[in-house]
Design a binder for this molecule. Structure first.
Ligand code: GLC
Length: 643
């Protein structure tokens, strides 16, 4: 029983699986909060200096104060800082004025609105759409202590296989085994290390889960083996929707056993996603979840050791029922003379077909024996899909470590897999967003995470890709991914391949550090990437540092995230050693005092600041570590001491 966490219950909370420890149940309203029972809203008066950290995958800065965030897993590739919902819901946050701090976790799998001083600057309000909530207050002296306590409450984070810390290339559009061979060949030719090539939906037969197109991928098992011999793991995508097609085993079995989500009238919901019309497996139902998890065996038997689960908010292009309604409405519009407002009404009807909120109220789950309408537990869907896979791995691939990450998530899923942050865009602002999201994801236990490097939608540029890689070499999940129809962005598509090679090799040389700090963060319930303020609490300047991060115990990074910059301002909370890496063999160092500095960073340079008394170990081809310095050897075995 944990005593420094108080649990308050409202309504009939669901057993979401976010929390794994028992806590003291407290009566009444969470201390410090007001509760407007009629409105179902909690209010907290923010102190002038209060900063809010956390909420996982959300837009805007590291300090979340001043905006409104809605936990409602959404497939929204066109997002920017004005959006309120992204692909994930991670409802843990810390309120901290520098002297007093506490954590709070709102365990409610439906829509929850966190208005953090947006409507009223001095007030934070929390409004769950349905009041069935477990509300946890976490005491602690510092944000890090609170994070540690919360993370013990929700259980240890997922650890992927070590090779998953390598570099991965992905693109929506690789259609054949030869396309993938070509990617592997080009990387090899340019001597750019790579561990993973991701397979997007085109490997499947008509986008059917757990199938492989036999024409485009003949002898799949041999192909997997061939790639493994090249040192490459193939990582296929699995989507949530199951294609409706007679004779397709997954569809037939799901239907026969009643494993798909049903409408009020008991019929299976018909939605449409990439495969066309689909049913959604009811991952919240224990039997359905176990059944779907076993299906990954088709691929693990073929030698596959990693997956990414997608479209599991679930994304809905349309539902059959809603589309019918829209067609009827359109016919009505056609009959009328449209004035300009009528035209906009028409546009709204037609433009809001995908991911329509009404559709999430059309289907039900059989959740722990309770019939539950989807919207009440919406944010659990991706979590339970990933749980489904992850729990089956022990049985279908005994003794193997499997890479698993997901697009949609909810707190608790961090025990089963990592996350990528969904469909971002090739924009500089999305690089900054990636930097600012990482600590908040870690606070919620999602240590194995990362964004689509270079940007998924839109066309990237060489300089954006380079700067993004320079940050990405520190993120546990390190994957370059892009959308169909966008500019090719494999690193060999650019001119400065030597710089890219150096950067990727630097990542590999850093893996001993990254991996050990990652494991340490998992085992000690610490954060792998932290805001400066979490460590330097007697330095008020650190409150405002939103674009530098501590990575593990020894280093601080200050990525360049703006176009045309050959340097940036950096704030040092103490004296540090700056290492300006051009490659793992080529760098210069400088001791910088506490304070503000303008630091140059040419396009191919990575800034790493080593904290006093700490060291960073790099390891190229089996380098060794010596006291107070890091030493590595290059191919010819020459030792290079950087500090
Ligand atoms: C979704 C995914 C993206 C993938 C695409 C096609 O948009 O987020 O990563 O490439 O679907 O499968």
């Amino acid at each position: 029983m944990i005593e420094y966490i108080r649990k308050y219950e409202f309504g009939e909370p669901y057993e979401t699986g976010a929390v794994i420890e028992e806590t003291v149940k407290t009566e009444g309203i969470p201390e410090g909060f007001r509760y407007d029972e009629e409105a179902g809203t909690f209010f907290y008066d923010l102190h002038e200096k209060d900063m809010i950290f956390g909420l996982g995958e959300t837009v805007r800065g590291i300090n979340k104060r001043g905006w409104i965030y809605v936990s409602n897993n959404s497939d929204d590739p066109a997002h920017d800082e004005n959006k309120t919902s992204l692909y994930a819901s991670q409802n843990f946050m810390i309120v901290d004025d520098g002297e007093r701090c506490f954590g709070l976790f709102v365990d409610n799998p439906g829509t929850v609105t966190f208005d953090i001083g947006y409507s009223t600057p001095g007030v934070m309000s929390i409004h769950p759409e349905y009041n069935d909530t477990s509300f946890y207050l976490v005491d602690g002296q510092t944000p890090l202590e609170i994070v540690g306590r919360f993370r013990r409450l929700i259980g240890a984070s997922y650890i992927p296989p070590k090779w998953a810390f390598g570099y991965g290339q992905s693109r929506w559009g690789y259609k054949t085994a030869d396309d993938i061979r070509e990617v592997a060949r080009r990387y090899k030719e340019l001597d750019i290390p790579i561990d993973m090539i991701y397979m997007d939906i085109d490997y499947m037969q008509d986008f059917k889960d757990f199938t492989v197109n036999p024409e485009r991928f003949p002898d799949f098992e041999d192909f997997v083996k061939e790639m493994r011999e090249e040192g490459i793991h193939l990582v296929p995508i699995i989507d949530a929707g199951v294609k409706i097609e007679d004779g397709y085993d997954v569809y037939e079995e799901g239907k026969a056993n009643g494993y798909f989500c049903k409408k009020e009238n008991g019929e299976d919901l018909v939605a449409a996603v990439w495969p066309g019309k689909v049913h959604f497996p009811d991952f919240l139902n224990d039997d359905a979840r176990r059944w779907f998890g076993k299906k990954y065996k088709v691929l693990t038997d073929a030698g596959i050791e990693g997956f990414w689960n997608d479209m599991n908010e679930p994304a809905i292009f349309y539902t059959e029922d809603h589309l019918k309604e829209v067609f009827e409405q359109v016919r009505d519009f056609e009959k009328k003379e449209l004035d300009i407002w009528g035209f906009f009404d028409f546009k709204d009807v037609v433009g809001s077909i995908a991911n329509n909120p009404e559709d999430y109220r059309r289907f039900y789950h059989d959740f722990n024996g309770r019939k539950v309408r989807h919207d009440r537990v919406h944010n659990l869907y991706g979590f339970y899909m990933t749980r489904s896979a992850s729990e089956s791995f022990e049985k279908i691939a005994p003794g193997k470590e499997i890479l698993m990450f997901s697009r949609a998530s909810y707190t608790g899923m961090h025990r089963y897999g990592g996350v990528w942050t969904g469909d971002n865009t090739s924009r500089w602002s999305h690089l900054l967003m990636n930097i600012q999201m990482m600590p908040a994801l870690g606070m919620n236990g999602f240590l194995f995470s990362g964004a689509d490097i270079g940007g998924f939608g839109g066309n990237t540029t060489e300089d954006l890709m380079m700067r993004w890689i320079e940050f990405g070499i520190f993120t546990p999940l390190f994957r370059n991914h892009s959308a169909l129809g966008t500019r090719d962005q494999e690193l060999y598509r650019f001119d400065k391949t030597e710089d890219f090679r150096n950067l990727i090799k630097l990542r590999y040389a850093l893996i001993p550090y990254i991996y050990s700090e990652f494991i340490k963060a998992v085992e000690t319930y610490d954060m792998y990437m932290k805001p400066l303020w979490f460590e330097y609490r007697n330095d008020d300047r650190c409150r405002e540092v939103e674009d530098q991060l501590l990575v593990g115990d020894s280093i601080m990074i200050a990525p360049v995230y703006e176009q045309n910059k050959t340097g940036r301002y950096v704030y040092l909370p103490e004296k540090m050693k700056l290492v300006r890496f051009r490659s793992c063999e080529d760098c210069d160092t400088e001791i910088l005092d506490k304070g503000d500095h303008y630091v140059s960073a040419a396009l191919n340079e990575v800034l790493v600041f080593i904290r006093p008394g700490k060291e960073l170990s790099l390891d190229v081809n089996g380098g060794e570590r010596r006291d107070g310095s890091f030493v590595h050897t290059n191919d010819s075995g020459t030792a290079i001491t950087v500090i």
